[in-house]
Design a binder for this molecule. Structure first.
Ligand code: SAM
Length: 474
């Protein structure tokens, strides 16, 4: 049994007796569960993002301290484990999930999450969830919710996984999909990229269910990592010379002094390493003059590249197709030798001849699932086909805009082979570009595999699962 979980002693008799007479007042729902419910509802009905909605609601309702911590755990946990929670609910209900009211289903997800993963006693988890159902969906369904939860409370998480998942020995993908709460197609994509269906696959999937540390990046022209660590109480990062890491629970960083002054920003170490790799590749002796970031919004890598370009006397053009994203890039690169363009990177109108080009292409984001609890249930295999078309076109245009002997760095925050090796292999075949061994440009980073491209992993490197390929134009 994992820490924090308890087998409920007696699932029955979960509520105190109530008087029957008179219309019932809707029960008071505690603020933490209510805010978790409202966030799950926003995710389901408005395609909202938990990490944007929840902090906003907590602020609006003045929820802090232990209540805020409980709301965060319930929201993120229930959104992330949705697949497993739904399997349990389906096994405990006398009707199909698809015929259930969405509000009832969200409340049940919160309830089953509390039963499986928290120290909340089973009777309290059931009672609080039934109150939530009564307050949000009405009394008529509260008996149904009570029955489902009482059945769910008859076993713990491990027991439910044993009952519901196919055996690991005959179907490792299906088993891990249930056990680690990932859609099976994503588990398969992990297995293909890792070349493993054993221990490492399980580790990679578990890492997705762990809250990441917060990484900061300095503006290297203004501050070094040791100075930033001293200012923020963080620790200098193991691989990026510009990075500092803070605890996963670090509070509201927007208020921290170096960030307000524009001397630092939040950026995963993997992103820092990829931007740096592009800046480090030796060229053919000609001076660096023109750099390009073809998919720049919101400007994380453009900020770092702009500062590195400044130190070599180069100028960076930064392109994004979305005006609001381009506006964020303008803010991020304030004071640096960077010009921001709102344009489609496939037809930007910029003239060829760039020394270094970054294509940080739109992708499925499978490499950052740990940051976005609901994302794994939103993506579908058809997204991959749509995105690879766009990625291929952007990479082809990047190569066209690069001068002979110049370098293109193709980066995506995913490990799906169609978006990574498959796409780059095809671009190399059709363009005649040569693929560089990217690993020497990630100095000190262990476990980079057989190359030539680099795939970073949360479970190996503590970074997002970023992929980086370096191509030289002939
Ligand atoms: C992965 S994000 C880039 C992240 C950015 N490099 C950073 O480090 O902050 C991809 C960006 O590509 C932009 N984009 C999507 N289609 C594009 C296109 N056809 N041309 C240029 N940018 C595009 C999106 O608006 C998004 O901002």
């Amino acid at each position: 049994m994992s820490p924090g979980k308890r087998r409920p002693s007696r699932p029955g008799n979960t509520r105190p007796a109530r008087k029957k007479e008179g219309p019932r007042k809707p029960p008071a729902v505690d603020p933490a569960r209510r805010v978790a419910f409202d966030t799950l509802q926003a995710i389901r009905t408005r395609d909202a993002y938990a990490n944007l909605v929840l902090p906003e609601l907590l602020r609006e309702r003045g929820i802090t301290g232990r209540d805020a911590a409980l709301a965060t755990e319930l929201t993120y946990g229930s959104a992330r484990l949705r697949g497993l929670l739904d399997e349990v609910i389906a096994a405990c209900a006398d009707r199909a999930l698809s015929s259930m009211d969405g509000d009832v289903l969200d409340a049940l997800r919160l309830g089953v999450y509390q039963l499986m993963r928290t120290r909340v006693p089973a009777h309290a988890a059931v009672a609080a969830t039934v109150d939530l159902v009564r307050a949000t969906a009405g009394s008529a369904v509260s008996g149904f919710a009570n029955a489902v939860l009482r059945r769910a409370a008859t076993d713990d998480e491990q027991g439910w996984v044993e009952r519901l998942a196919p055996p690991y020995e005959t179907d490792p993908i299906g088993h891990l999909a249930i056990r680690t709460a990932h859609p099976a197609w994503i588990v398969r994509a992990f297995a293909e990229a890792l070349g493993d269906t054993g221990t490492e696959l399980a580790q990679a999937l578990e890492a997705d269910n762990t809250r990441p540390e917060v990484h900061l990046v300095t503006r290297p022209d203004a501050l070094n990592a040791a100075e930033l660590a001293a200012l923020t109480g963080g620790e200098v990062m193991p691989y990026s010379p510009y990075g500092v890491r803070l605890d996963a629970g670090s509070g509201d960083l927007a208020d921290s002094e170096p960030i307000r002054q524009g001397l630092a920003a939040v950026q995963d170490e993997g992103s820092q390493l990829c931007a740096r790799a592009l800046a480090e590749v030796p060229l053919d002796g000609k001076p660096d003059r023109r750099w390009l970031d073809l998919c720049a919004g919101p400007g994380g890598k453009a900020r770092l590249l702009g500062a590195l370009a400044a130190s070599t006397g180069a100028h960076l053009d930064a392109v994004d197709t979305a005006e609001h994203r381009a506006a964020l890039v303008r803010e991020a690169v304030d004071g640096l030798p960077v010009t921001v363009h709102t344009a489609d990177g496939r037809a930007s109108g910029l003239s060829p001849g760039y020394d270094r080009v970054l294509v940080d292409a739109p992708c499925t984001g499978l490499g950052a699932l740990r940051r976005r609890p609901e994302a794994r249930w939103r993506r579908s295999p058809s997204d991959v086909a749509d995105l690879t078309r766009l990625q291929g076109e952007l990479l082809a245009e990047a190569l066209r805009l690069t001068r002979s002997g110049g370098v293109v760095c193709y980066v995506v925050c995913t490990f799906h082979l169609a978006e990574t090796e498959g796409l780059v292999g095809e671009a190399v075949r059709t363009s005649g570009a040569s693929r560089l061994d990217a690993r020497p440009f990630f100095p000190g980073v262990p476990d980079l595999g057989g190359g030539p491209d680099v795939q970073l992993w949360p479970h190996r490197h503590g970074t997002d699962a970023m992929y980086c390929a370096l191509l030289r134009k002939p």
